[in-house]
Design a binder for this molecule. Structure first.
Ligand SMILES: [Mg+2]
Ligand SMILES: [Zn+2]
Length: 207
């Protein structure tokens, strides 16, 4: 019989869980390839939703496809500045983003550094794997919230529970998901309702 694990070993192996969030159409209005935070309008409920995710003990990670880099619409420095401003604006409302990961690739990029075939464009799970390595995450026990078919497929790719929001492209995505025979764990009108569903699921699972 193997020796019983010591309490510390069990504690040390306890992985954290994440709520992954898509950016455009989920946290903010999707205006298409914004290059400056001045062009970004956060949904009025996003800070409250993220505060609730934080308070529930989840690592909070934004995962976003940014082919605008590969298309040459903006550079990585501009994108990182936009993400820093977004993180600061949310922090000013008490909402914490632990990380923002993006895929800069585009299949037909002129710059070979950004040409496709990458492992990180959603629905491929590369961005989640990066977050898992950085934060020691239990991916199948995590959640993914987004407005596109690719967001739902991304969550399913690593066994997380995907929640579709009906903001952004959410309405047309619901139709496409049904046609594909893919089911998110839930569909919610917007991010705050998605978080309410998630927290209720957590509550009922514990009892
Ligand atoms: Mg989106
Ligand atoms: Zn990529």
């Amino acid at each position: 019989m193997p020796p019983a694990p010591r309490l510390w070993d069990e504690f040390a192996s306890m992985k954290k869980r994440a709520v992954f969030l898509d950016r455009d159409g989920t946290i903010n209005v999707d205006v298409g390839y914004p290059r400056d935070f001045a062009q970004v309008t956060l949904f009025p409920w996003s800070a409250e939703a993220i505060r609730k995710i934080n308070a529930a003990g989840f690592v909070t990670v934004v995962v976003t496809n940014q082919s605008g880099i590969g298309r040459g619409f903006y550079g990585e420095d501009e994108l990182q500045t936009l993400h820093r401003r977004m993180t600061e604006a949310l922090a000013a409302e008490g909402a914490r983003l632990d990380a923002v990961y993006y895929c800069p690739h585009y299949d037909y990029a002129a710059d070979p550094r950004y040409r496709g075939g990458c492992a990180c464009r959603k629905p491929r799970p590369g961005l989640a794997e990066r977050a898992a390595a950085a934060f020691d995450l239990d991916l199948p026990a995590s959640y993914m919230i987004g407005d596109k078919v690719e967001d739902v497929q991304f969550g399913l790719a690593f066994g997380a529970a995907p929640i579709l929001v009906r903001t952004g492209y959410g309405e047309s995505s619901a139709v496409r998901l049904a046609a594909l025979g893919l089911r998110p764990a839930a569909a919610a009108p917007h991010l705050l309702e998605a978080v309410a569903w998630l927290l209720e699921r957590e509550r009922t699972r514990r009892t």
